[in-house]
Design a protein around this ligand. Structure first.
Ligand SMILES: [Cu+2]
Length: 138
């Protein structure tokens, strides 16, 4: 009897705490103290059966946050604003330099290498997920 209860309880807890959206290796690019902008990178894993959507990102470090993608126009690399970032079911999207990124526009203060910055990612299904991203030279 006790064993059954434990199994039921474990199953219940697993369901409650199973993370359908997992953020891996978040980091912010170190920039010179005079720089106005930087960017946040990470891997977003969607382990659910539904398409997940990153709607917005909240932070205190910059005046504005935008999801950008990098596109090549002839020989020029351009950044284009993306309103929502879609992550298909059971797949992952990598945000990395030269590709998709979360642009931090209008930094409110210089960034220190090694410091940890907090961001709140707002997803359509998973709701708000807080990530702690170190400032790194890469
Ligand atoms: Cu950008």
């Amino acid at each position: 009897m006790r064993k059954i209860l434990l199994v039921l309880l474990t199953g219940f807890l697993f369901n409650v705490f199973a993370q359908e959206v997992i953020i891996k290796d978040p980091w912010v690019r170190a920039v010179p103290p005079t720089a106005k902008n930087s960017a946040l990178f990470m891997v977003i894993e969607n382990n659910s059966d539904k398409t997940e959507v990153l709607k917005s990102v909240k932070t205190d470090i910059s005046k504005m946050v935008m999801i950008h993608k990098t596109v090549k126009q002839g020989d020029i690399m351009k950044m284009v604003h993306v309103h929502e970032l879609q992550i298909p079911p059971h797949s992952k999207v990598e945000l990395k330099p030269g590709g998709l990124h979360i642009m931090l526009m209008g930094l409110k203060r210089p960034l220190k290498v090694g410091e940890i910055l907090e961001f709140k990612l707002v997803f359509k299904n998973a709701g708000e997920i807080t990530v702690e991203a170190p400032v790194k030279m890469k």
